[in-house]
Design a protein around this ligand. Structure first.
Ligand code: GTP
Ligand code: MG
Length: 1026
């Protein structure tokens, strides 16, 4: 039988017009795997009695135990003369990267929605993902049995409820569509503009409308009727996967048209909607709602199902059941009809009457496109990596869009999924592959040659080796583990650019350090982690400077799966993982007005803050927060001030990281004398970013700030800014390269060819280092602007003998050491400027004394290195001169709970420092939806705790959302009597920020200021009393 089956599949593979590649997408637990079971059973791979119980595609042990899917799995099925390559994806947020992979491989998707829960956060996410990949969805509204048995709705109520769900789903699609139309219009304008540049516009086509920005333009004339889910379009199936039934209204239209003598097309148009049957006139009329009549859908469809449930499950009326089975023409086995569980009989009847697999498979073959129908839009999108525009790709590459397509694959795991376009694939054929994860902006992207060992048909839990796979199919490829990391584009032609990277919705945020139980097994662990990194699209593996092996995952459940994978598949050793490492950010804020006990702070705070910076001969601080630092060789002095960025600016910068990275690459290209061929869209987006920054950075402090931006950091695209406030130092701003990309002539702001400019890069590097790890606990900075207000260089004019350097230099050092106390006194005096000003002469002297220094190297090492260090230190001190705060990563979660357990949910949230944002009743149900934010640091075990406290009624999905400043000041200590009383001597009871900070410092092996003996007095009194 199996051989037969294989032959059939192989034969079907050859006809791409009849191939359907599709995935099942939904929120967690909405019944994807259960539905897949029914489809699998229709091919006889599992028995239909087990369908829904086996969850065949959840083949991992942990998937079966936890009852959720963690990895996508694929299976090939046949239906009539169609071949269906089906991928079941996980619904839990932690695994949303699996969904990204699945949608890339498919042309269509089955989106499932739970009839009770309706549209949930992940439903929206998967609809968005399907949309972004340009794949067509069909809808299955599942678990309709719950409306009958759990919510005990009448058929009429259920109809209203189903209508609402359909509206919700269509609302999501609608908003995606609108944004798409707007984007398309932008692209069209871009084309028009380009054509104009090329000078071949036809006047009739260009009615000067570019200036008119009508938001609705294009909306009216875009056809969206295909887009929405509507039962009469045939793209909606109503189902109960667990009871094995499902139908689309076509089926009922067919049944009733024979019975009632009404044309099937008429019924098809009226079965869903506000229509009713006028029995006397034997006519279908509009306006059921207004006239209080039963809609056709209720009368002809739902009522049948409702009475079947009533007879079989609720009343167990043997006679009635017999009658119904007669009229439906259904026969069941005696052991089913005698079974003590009425559900067995029910599903036996239903799966014959309205088999869900037939309804779904028919819809899929009828409505979803074949691989041949792939739109040129999708192909163009796939090939336009990064900021490149499709037109600027080599001609040879553009040709690939039409005509014969090379092979296209996305790979994962050891039997990676992949997908073929046109051409025949043979084992041992050499192909080039490029990793599509790399940014690929340089014209010659990462490219390697490899040979495919073997090709497989993916059959859920099994693999079947194949000699060849015709194009348009999903397949497994063996033997690529040496050359593929996470994902790759395979091609026989080097002209094919790597496909755009996958859209990931999840951010890896939970990190743990991993160790083997036995230290000698370290090499195995290293290898295992490398394999894991390759196989999992979302997990990150890195080795920290401290030598720790760190694993970064999307969430707790994902972490658990990765650890299991490491133990059982990749490393095959015992491992131990540290507690999760929580990321923090460091920032500065404007001086607060009140302290921890809500007392007015006044002037005293300022003094306290400033004293944190210890001055020395090369370091000076004025009370306004300007830090001046001189390099050890005295050749350069920088003055830096830290300024908190407005919150909106930080948010904007964070959200625009990719754009800023592109900007940085353009700058790099410019420095090397190239251009990047940015698409107009990217250029526009950058200009918008610039003008939004200009709007947000208002006020005297920020005058011209946007044009003075020197760099972003850390890693050159982070949410911190280096600002050029040096008087008289002209350097082109970061935006300068845009002009060149636009093709304009280079403006007057030519780079200043001064000696000082050569070291520009060192200042940027210093800033990058400073923002990469802050002084509080060496975590990255966020939302800080470092304004460089002074940058003096004193270069010796000529070189003399090097042997005199050391001596003279040490002299100068001594001199300034003896000077420094005087200066410090001067600083404490009223005039802040005096310190800064008084320093310059000594500086100049120092430089004079060292006049014989080599230009770049002296006893302190290369000069650029000194400057980097000086800028870094200056930034750190400037940071410390301001009130510092920690920022915590926050999750958002949506929790669905019934009224009874609401209080307990709030209890758990409160205990974990969570904050409720919103609470509303889910329409048509007894459920409340609570939206809350929760610090990542407090989130471990949260989902479990909520589930336990609410006996499984509420289950939250945590998604990383943003960074938030922790309001308490980690450096605060009680000073007054009252404060001692209130907080105790250590004051750590209330200081969450200090707790977090010390936690991080301890982990990193940094010095922690802490009392070691606690409650010393209490111990003494105790022993005395004995
Ligand atoms: N009442 C009812 N329960 C169902 C139905 N379909 C699935 N379930 C139940 O819903 C639960 C989740 O089903 P799964 O098929 O594992 O859901 P899933 O969407 O694959 O979940 P993930 O893969 O973890 O996202 C199981 O307990 C099923 O028995 C249905 O039609 N009616
Ligand atoms: Mg599943």
């Amino acid at each position: 039988v199996l051989l037969n089956f294989l032959d059939k599949i192989k034969a079907l593979q050859k006809n791409p017009a009849n191939v359907r590649n599709l995935c099942i997408l939904a929120h967690v637990d909405h019944g994807k795997t259960t539905l897949a079971d029914s489809l699998v059973a229709s091919n006889g791979i599992i028995s239909s009695r087990l369908a829904g119980k086996l969850r065949y595609l959840d083949s991992r042990e942990d998937e079966q135990i936890r009852g959720i899917t963690m990895k996508s799995s694929a299976i090939s099925l046949h239906y009539k003369d169609y071949l269906i390559n089906l991928i079941d994806s996980p619904g839990h947020v932690d695994f949303s990267s699996e969904v990204s992979t699945a949608v890339r491989l498919c042309d269509g998707a089955i989106v499932i929605v739970d009839a009770v829960e309706g549209v949930c956060p992940q439903t929206q996410a998967v609809l968005r993902q399907a949309w972004l990949e340009n794949i067509r969805p069909v809808l299955v509204i599942n678990k309709i049995d719950r409306l009958i048995m759990e919510l005990k709705l009448t058929s009429q109520e259920a109809y209203t409820h189903l209508q609402k769900i359909l509206e919700q789903v269509n609302a999501v699609t609608g908003s995606l569509f609108t944004s798409k139309v707007l984007e398309d219009r932008a692209v069209k304008e871009e084309r028009a503009e380009e054509d104009k540049e090329e000078g071949d516009i036809k006047p009739a086509e260009c009615p000067g409308s570019e200036q008119v920005y009508d938001w609705s333009a294009g909306l009216e004339d875009s056809d969206d009727s295909q887009l929405y889910f509507s039962p009469d379009q045939g793209n909606v199936v109503f189902a109960s996967a667990i009871d094995g039934w499902g139908f689309s209204i076509q089926q009922f239209a067919q049944i009733h048209s024979q019975r009632m003598g009404i044309r099937a097309e008429v019924l098809l148009k009226t079965l869903w909607g506000d229509f009713y049957l006028n029995a006397k006139a034997k006519k279908i009329m509009k306006g059921a709602h207004a006239k209080g009549k039963k809609p056709l859908f209720v009368q002809l469809v739902l009522d049948n199902i409702w009475s079947l449930y009533d007879a079989v499950v609720t009343r167990r009326d043997k006679e009635k059941i017999e009658k119904m089975m007669m009229s439906l023409g259904v026969k069941v086995m005696t052991r089913d009809s005698r079974h003590s569980d009425p559900k067995v009989l029910l599903s036996a009847i239903c799966s014959q009457w309205l088999p869900v697999s037939q309804a779904v498979l028919f819809m899929v073959c009828d409505k979803l496109p074949s691989p041949l129908d792939m739109t040129s839009e999708r192909i163009e999108r796939l090939m336009s990596v990064g900021a490149r525009r499709f037109h600027s790709l080599p001609l040879q590459t553009q040709e690939l869009k039409t005509g014969s397509w090379p092979d296209r694959d996305t790979l994962r795991d050891w039997q990676p999924f992949s997908r073929r376009k046109v051409g025949r694939e043979m084992p041992n054929q050499e192909v080039q592959h490029r990793t599509s994860v790399s940014a690929c902006l340089p014209p010659v992207p990462h490219l390697a040659c490899c040979t495919m060992d073997s090709l497989y048909l993916l059959m859920g839990r099994e693999l079947e080796e194949l000699e060849e796979v015709p194009s348009g199919n999903v397949l497994g490829i063996g033997g690529l583990e040496e050359c593929v990391l996470k994902s790759a584009t395979l091609s026989t032609s080097p002209a094919l650019p790597p496909f755009i990277p996958l859209n990931f919705e999840a951010t890896p945020i939970v990190r743990v350090a991993i160790e083997p139980k036995h230290p000698s097994e370290m090499p195995k662990l290293v290898r295992g982690m490398r394999l894991l990194n390759q196989a999992d699209p979302c997990a990150e593996v890195l080795i920290q400077e401290t030598g720790e092996h760190v694993l970064v995952t999307a969430g707790e459940v994902h972490l658990q799966r990765c650890l299991d994978d490491l133990r059982e598949r990749f490393a095959k050793i015992e491992i131990s993982a540290s507690k999760p490492i929580i990321p923090f950010r460091e920032t500065v804020i404007r001086p607060p007005k009140v302290d921890m006990v809500n007392e007015d702070l006044g002037k005293q705070q300022k003094v306290a803050v400033i004293h944190q910076v210890k001055e020395s001969d090369t370091l000076h601080l004025d009370p306004s927060g300007l830090v001046t630092l001189t390099t050890p060789n005295r050749q350069a002095t920088v003055g830096v001030r830290a300024i908190p960025l407005p919150e909106e600016v930080t948010l904007l910068l964070e959200g625009s990281a990719d754009l800023i990275r592109t900007l940085e690459q353009a700058g790099q290209a410019q420095r090397e004398g190239r251009t990047l061929d940015m698409s107009t869209w990217t250029l526009d987006a950058l200009m918008v970013l610039k003008s939004r920054l200009e709007v947000l950075l208002q006020g005297r402090k920020w005058r011209n700030a946007v044009d003075r931006i020197w760099a972003f950091g850390p890693r050159r695209y982070g949410p911190n800014i280096l600002l050029n406030s040096v008087e008289g130092y002209q350097r082109p701003s970061v935006w300068h390269c845009l002009e060149r990309e636009k093709g304009e002539k280079e403006g007057g702001a030519k780079a200043e060819a001064s000696a000082i400019r050569d070291f520009d890069n060192s200042v940027v590097s210093g800033f990058q280092l400073a923002t990469l790890s802050g002084p509080m606990c060496e975590e990255p900075l966020m939302g800080v602007c470092f304004s460089v207000e002074r940058w003096d260089m004193n270069f010796p004019t000529q070189r003399t003998h090097l042997d005199s350097v050391t001596e003279k230099d040490s002299n100068s050092l001594d001199a300034s050491v003896s000077e420094s106390p005087g200066e410090a006194v001067g600083q404490q005096g009223a005039s802040g400027k005096a310190g800064g000003a008084g320093e310059t002469p000594s500086q100049a002297e120092g430089a004079m004394a060292g006049a014989s220094h080599g230009r770049l190297v002296d006893c302190y090492g290369p000069f650029s290195g000194q400057l980097i260090a000086a800028v870094k230190e200056a930034c750190r001190h400037a940071f410390q001169a301001k009130p510092q705060r920690l920022m915590a990563a926050m999750y958002t979660c949506e929790i669905m709970a019934t009224a009874e357990v609401l209080g307990r949910v709030y209890g758990v949230l409160g205990k974990r420092e969570g904050r409720v944002l919103q609470e509303e009743m889910k329409e048509g149900t007894e459920m409340f939806i609570i939206k809350a934010v929760l610090p990542v640091a407090e989130s471990f075990g949260f989902a479990d705790e909520i589930r336990k406290r609410t006996s499984g009624l509420a289950s939250p999905q945590l998604v990383f959302s943003h960074w938030e400043v922790i309001s308490s000041d980690p450096s605060w200590v009680p000073t007054t009597e009252e404060e001692y009383l209130h907080f105790g001597e250590k004051a750590d009871s209330a200081n969450q920020a200090l707790k977090y900070m010390n936690g991080v410092r301890r982990r990193k092996g940094l010095y922690v200021e802490e009392k070691i003996v606690e409650h010393g007095e209490k111990q003494r009194t105790l022993s005395k009393n004995k």
